[in-house]
Write a protein that binds this ligand. Sequence first.
Ligand code: AHM
Ligand code: MG
Length: 337
Amino acid sequence: SGEEQPNTDIITLTRHVLADQFEIGPQATGDLTLLLTAIQTTSKFIATNVRKARLINLVGLAGETNVQGEEQKKLDVLSNDIMINSLRACGKTAVLVSEELEEAVFIDDKHRGKYCVVFDPLDGSSNIDAGVNIGTIFGIYHVAPDSKGTLEDVLRPGSEMVAAGYTMYGSSANLVLTTGNGVNGYTLDAALGEFILTHPDIKIPTRGKIYSFNEGNSLYFHQPVLNYLNSIKYPATGKAPYSARYIGSMVADVHRTLLYGGIFGYPDDKKSKNGKLRLLYEAFPMAFLTEQAGGVATTGTQRILDIVPKAIHERCPVFLGSRDDVQDLLKFYQPAA
Ligand code: AHM
Ligand code: MG
């Protein structure tokens, strides 16, 4: 007694997703589990390389030269390559869309499976050198029943995604996932090399105290957004104003919003007609996670998950977070009654 015994019944991501599949019954094939295993592997690879890059950066600052003395391949390119390679090799995918590649990738006959994966391999990469959190975002569709995998299979509304998630590379690597049955968060145990369930059934508080916008764009913002921001900064009736938190790394800003509540926004404005964030592999996965956690995700005029994409890299305005906070914003979009 007194000695702390290790837990011998740990819930890994793979075990947790498999348990969900057992619930579905014998028709579940385990294919999604295998696909998610490939995604986990790529996340571990990227996490390791992000950490290394930070070390190399620190060594650089101390005036030493890079040990290898050679040009480092850009991390976002490296992250894209590992994802394409392992998603093809796992044999479960048909179409891949990456922020890094102008064209979609169609998987050869030998490797083709029944899922499509849309992803941003390393979002927020402009933050790498400052040591700020960055992440991988992904969404998963089923190919249509008799399709060999075409562009049509990924130009579908976000509400048809079967799974979505992100991995945030911070002080630890956190993978947050939905398969349409709530949201769960897993933390990479570096010694085991496994993602362990640490945040079961994440629910966004119905109201938060934080707003997260790039207010440096206020000059360009449309009136509803300006009016909403004023309403939370200068509340009418003795209520406390909201706190501002903006990291500029979507994964980190959304992660905080899921856990603490509040509202994250990247609006369309007078300069950026459709905002900045990409519909397929940024807005859709984050909107899916938000709704599954009990929150709301909108463009201001439309539910994000209802949008039918016309092109794989199109952009869309994003507001997401606590139900009551997003509802407050939406009031400023509705024409005065
Ligand atoms: P990126 O895909 O070029 O990295 O840009 C996406 C990032 C998001 O992570 C973040 O929410 C947004 O850009 C921040 O943009 P801004 O610097 O305009 O505030
Ligand atoms: Mg991005």
